[in-house]
Design a protein around this ligand. Structure first.
Ligand code: IPD
Ligand code: CA
Length: 298
């Protein structure tokens, strides 16, 4: 397990956390409305969809427009804070608070018209560009299609806001891996996916079943609301998970990184406390075996 180097929250920041949470909710909801309203036009526009790391790693003009919107709003509301976003990288020097934003998490779902996509906005401390050296303190994940927003701040609990009202969130009280419904996701590069698929050979027979929703941010919120029991994925980026992490943690999940070697990216797991350690061991074992089998093509 990694994370011992994660920064401690400065006491002076604690009274600010509810306001950071409120700002994250406002930004995620406003950006979500923009993203949803502009989908048809974005997809119909020549050049509205392009690709990044591989032919299946899509980015839309709306990903860029939404991130720009979030950056402008943050520049006004929190002019001194740095911002890290999926599309435009980092701006500013990480100080007391850095905002980590994913303008559309689940871009493939957005492209296909599936409802599982989200705008993710988090306030973190530490340096989100350094793996293992940051931690989220407040955040919101908005699902614009369902008009839902999950939100949390450190020590303040997690909640789901819908047009019908607001409910507090709590993870399931699952105690056995055999009864655990596990959400996961896959990267975009073929060699990354090959190893993830091989690891599943060790994981799938041990758990109740696997779910792949297509948005890491919503997967973490699903742990918080109990519509899955746990989530684990290797190779996620800070913008995919920062807001969902604080939501899951405040709903009672144990959330931490797992390390399967210096030449592999960190993984993130979120699970109810009783199964967090057994799940961690299973992941290390399954990814260890997958790596051995992967051979020289890695
Ligand atoms: C992806 C989603 C997906 C996860 C990938 C992420 P994107 O983000 O969160 O569920 O499996 O690892 O890259 O590309 O839709 O912003
Ligand atoms: Ca993402």
């Amino acid at each position: 397990m990694t994370g011992s180097e994660r920064p401690a929250v400065p006491e002076a920041l604690l009274p600010e956390l509810p306001a950071l949470r409120a700002l994250a909710i406002d930004l995620a909801q406003s950006a979500g409305r923009l993203v949803r309203a502009g989908r048809a036009e974005t997809l119909a526009t020549h050049g509205g969809v392009s690709v990044k790391s591989t032919r299946t790693d899509v980015v839309t003009a709306m990903d860029r427009a939404c991130e720009e919107f979030l950056r402008e709003r943050l520049a006004t509301a929190r002019p001194g804070d740095a911002v890290l976003g999926e599309e435009a990288g980092v701006a500013g020097t990480p100080g007391a608070v850095t905002w980590v934003v994913d303008p559309i998490d689940g871009t493939v779902n957005y492209l296909y018209g599936r409802p599982e996509y989200a705008v993710s906005v988090a306030a973190v401390i530490g340096d989100p560009c350094a793996p293992g050296a940051w931690t989220p303190v407040a955040g919101a994940v908005a699902n614009p299609v369902l008009q839902e927003v999950y939100h949390a701040h450190l020590g303040g609990g997690a909640a789901l806001r819908t047009p019908a009202g607001e409910v507090p969130l709590r993870v399931n009280d699952v105690r056995e891996l055999a009864l655990t419904l596990l959400a996961t996701g896959f990267g975009y590069a073929a060699d990354v996916r090959r190893e993830q698929a091989r690891a599943l050979v060790g994981i799938l027979p041990v758990v109740r079943d696997i779910r792949r929703g297509g948005s890491a941010a919503l997967d973490l919120c699903a742990v918080a609301s109990g519509v899955v029991d746990a989530y684990a994925e290797r190779g996620v980026h800070p913008w995919d998970v920062a807001a969902g992490w604080i939501v899951a943690a405040e709903a009672g999940a144990s959330v931490h990184a797992w390390d399967s070697g210096a030449d592999r990216p960190l993984g993130l797991l979120a699970a109810p406390p009783m199964i967090a350690e057994p799940l961690h061991r299973l992941l290390l074992h399954a990814y260890g075996a997958a790596r051995t089998e992967a051979g020289p093509d890695r």
